[in-house]
Design a protein. Sequence first.
Length: 367
Amino acid sequence: MKKRRIVLASILKPVDDTRMSEKLAASLAKIEGYEVSIIGYPSRTKIHDDSITRMPLQSFKRISFGRLMAPLAVLKKCIQVKPELLIVNTHELLIVSVINRILFGTKIVYDIQENYARNILYTPAFAWPIRPLLAGWVRLKEMLLTPLFDGVLLAEMCYQNELPFVRSKSVVLENKAVVPANFKRQSSAGKIKLVFTGTLAESTGVFQAISLTQKLHQLNPKVELEIIGYCAVPATLVKIKSAEAGCSFIKLTGGDHLVPHSQILEALRTANFGIVCYPPAPHIQGKVPTKLYEYLACQLPVLLQPYAPWVDICTPFDAAVIVDFENPDLEQIMPKLEGSFYTTQPVNVTWQAEEARFLEQIRKFLI
């Protein structure tokens, strides 16, 4: 039987990216008759998985000529593979997708993991004077080109309202957790280990996490913090290293390079609490951080900011200690760290809750 070729492609996401590889591609690879390939940024991890072909791009800096040329490299690889279905997860590949459709009749799908225009506008990744121009260009591309796509996947429920121009052909596939079946937490004895995982940026709350840890450590020397993830902005990484300088109880893993998901899971396995503390900003309203689902799936208690939608997710499972990170009541927080958590098993927090809906959509595209 002839295999039906499916390619998932990205520019900045590595070929072992959690959503692209462990969720979408892994789900597709289970289906007999699908030949699945991933094109993306090279990974430092040695991957042992014969069910998925990985086609890494040449490495490049975040702002560089190499990044500008990367879409052409993706196009070249797509011409080599000639997929029946192409799934892209960045606005940088919208034109490449449409070219594939014109040349080969490829079915094309846009996996929207972020509201990219809003992120550009409200985060310091780019200099302020050029943010409105970049954001406007990204939104214009999306509005002009997504009508040519066969379908759109949305990683957040709120994108249905934020991106009304894709609503008619979209399906929500929330970024819920992928955790190995044999995963079991085993916290380090004699420590209160906090973890901050994922993107390291001012907009994700890394400096609030450092500040809280420093204050809690003064009350209880058992408190320590592991910061694990990637920081895309060199100036922010310098600030992180400066903020944790002289604090032997704070460990930075990653920083200037992407960290494999397996290494993040190992940090969660030995932790006592995960930190979720995004500074209020328009681009996070209505979103649910992937790491919140991951902490819940791992039954890792959460130090959580008082944002009502996230509190509502955690409350049924007794999963969180609510913390005002701007003005923490340390005397109130410390006793709660010794409390009981997860008196109820979390439900609807893993990728299995989304997988069937995803595969159903793929079958529709390949009819």
